[in-house]
Write a protein that binds this ligand. Structure first.
Ligand code: UD1
Length: 469
């Protein structure tokens, strides 16, 4: 099978489904018949947020990067297109992505691509470090909040870059004859994941030592540091709030495997919890899931570790309400907030969910209410009163994790749930519907708009024969 990344030929034995990157993803819907327990085993893919930033990090390498365990996602495909537009050569086969970054042909990233994928802005750090110049369109806001890039910009300025924002483009260059950034001590007002990653990558090739304080501690930051170190970078402390980077002149080729996706793992745990199922998940890094597993156990969901990289979820007798405050790692992850809210709609008692990382990340509440949930939203807080059951209905996913929340609710709702807005889901979940099917869920993707429309007006309580797998 052959696919293309931004016009460059990719040899791939598992191409991205067409629907993921094309307008069809918008016209297709997921249909779920809830109430069926899941069983078996689910294989967890590589972490989306690691893959995207590690692909950007490949810009630092003056050789070949082989990146393994790369998930099949629309966002990964878009990041590939950004790198291709910058002149890199990419080849993908299954979950292995080869990036040849010897030549970078331009310092200017294309507007249409960067505005579709916020993480592509993070490439400003490695581009500037490698070329001494970068022109990066501002990524803009998105459905969950304004998402500024001031911390990225201020950090690069502290490292000696001149940065001007004009006509929506962030123009950065390093003055001086050698075009090399200088090490600096940088305190981040907020432990931003993206800013930590941008500045850590920039510092790998800078002249001297950079110290990032109040850095993000997410596992994906440590994964990026491990990737950079495998190319010869000198980074210490990633995964803690102080990261020290000693700049080197050049980075060499590498062969690196991405960590498992903790958010995908958490999403499957929630799917298991809401359907009162027993199944196993691997590979996982249980330490990356401590806040999620702790909450699940607190509300009554038994989860056991089997070996070092496998989890087993067991059916809960009863789900109890709990309160959640989203926080930077190692606090409860904002990316799990929407999916967890779906579970709490069926927990006994009142739960309070406070979203403190992003300013507009509760839009799924009204869609969950369409399925029979009882949620009131005030500001950034959702008050969830547990109900005995949900009932299937047509709903729309407004962002990536909101869509996952609707899938989880749909798995438990009586009758049929039809979910629109799959372009969001496909950005960040590697074949979620197929993996759920393999676990025994009654879920299908309907690609034809007309038949989807017709289906939206019925609410059969039984799936068609083709879903009985
Ligand atoms: C990353 C993740 C995303 C996750 C988020 C928080 C990727 C590709 N995405 O996003 O899935 O939800 O971390 O865990 O890794 N902020 C500023 N100024 C800046 C940068 C950020 O004020 O320059 C603020 C943001 O508006 C937000 C907070 O910091 O309120 C956290 O954002 P940040 O950690 O930067 O998120 P991302 O890196 O964009």
């Amino acid at each position: 099978m052959r696919t293309f990344f931004g016009g460059r030929l990719i040899n791939s034995s598992s191409s991205l489904p067409d629907a993921k990157s094309s307008p069809e993803a918008d016209s297709s819907v997921l249909q779920i018949w809830g109430g069926h327990p899941l069983q078996g085993h689910v294989k967890i893919s590589g972490a989306k947020n690691s893959a995207l930033v590690i692909m950007a990090g490949a810009l630092l390498c003056s050789g070949d990067c082989r990146i393994r365990n790369v998930p099949l996602l629309a966002d990964v495909e878009r990041m590939g297109q950004v790198l291709s537009a910058l002149g890199l050569r990419l080849t993908r086969e299954d979950d292995i992505l080869d990036v040849d970054a010897r030549e970078i042909s331009t310092s200017k990233a294309p507007y249409e691509l960067v505005t579709q994928l916020r993480a592509s802005f993070f490439a400003i750090g490695p581009l500037l470090a490698r070329l001494g110049v970068a022109q990066m369109p501002l990524p803009g806001g998105c459905a969950i909040g304004a998402r500024p890039v001031d911390l990225h910009v201020r950090g690069l300025q502290a490292m000696g870059a001149e940065v001007q924002i004009e006509h929506g483009i962030c123009n950065a260059f390093v003055p001086g004859s050698n075009g090399r950034l200088k090490g600096a001590r940088i305190y981040l007002d907020t432990p931003s994941v993206g800013a930590t990653e941008t500045l850590m990558m920039a510092a790998t090739l800078a002249d001297g030592e950079t110290i990032l304080e109040n850095a993000a501690r997410e596992p994906e930051v440590a994964d990026l540091a491990n990737f950079c170190n495998s190319m010869g970078a000198k980074i210490r402390g990633a995964g803690t709030s102080t990261i020290t980077i000693n700049g080197v002149e050049k980075l060499h080729s590498t062969d690196y495997s991405i960590i498992p996706d903790r958010i995908e793992t958490g999403t499957f745990l929630l799917a298991g919890a809401i359907t009162r199922s027993e199944f196993t998940l691997s590979p996982v890094v249980p330490d990356h899931l401590i806040p999620v597993i702790a909450k699940l156990q607190k509300i009554g969901v038994p989860i056991i570790e089997e070996g070092s990289d496998c989890l087993r979820i067991l059916p809960a007798e009863k789900l109890r309400a709990t309160d959640i405050d989203t926080l930077p790692h190692p606090g409860f992850p904002t990316d799990m907030q929407a999916p967890f809210m779906a579970l709490l709609t069926l927990a006994e008692g009142d739960s309070i969910i406070n979203e403190s990382v992003f300013e507009n990340r509760l839009r799924h509440a009204s869609e969950l209410n369409r399925l029979g949930a009882d949620i009131r939203v005030k500001g950034n807080t959702a008050f969830v009163r547990g109900v005995p059951m949900l009932s299937g209905a047509p709903v729309i996913g407004t962002d990536l994790r909101a869509s996952a929340a609707l899938v989880i609710a749909g798995l438990a709702a009586e009758g049929k749930t039809t979910i629109q807005g799959l372009k969001h889901l496909d950005r960040g979940y590697d074949r979620l519907d197929m993996k759920l099917q393999q676990l025994g869920a009654k879920i299908i993707r309907v690609n034809n708009e007309a038949s989807a429309d017709a289906e939206l007006h019925t609410n059969n309580s039984n799936p068609p024969a083709s879903v009985s797998i």
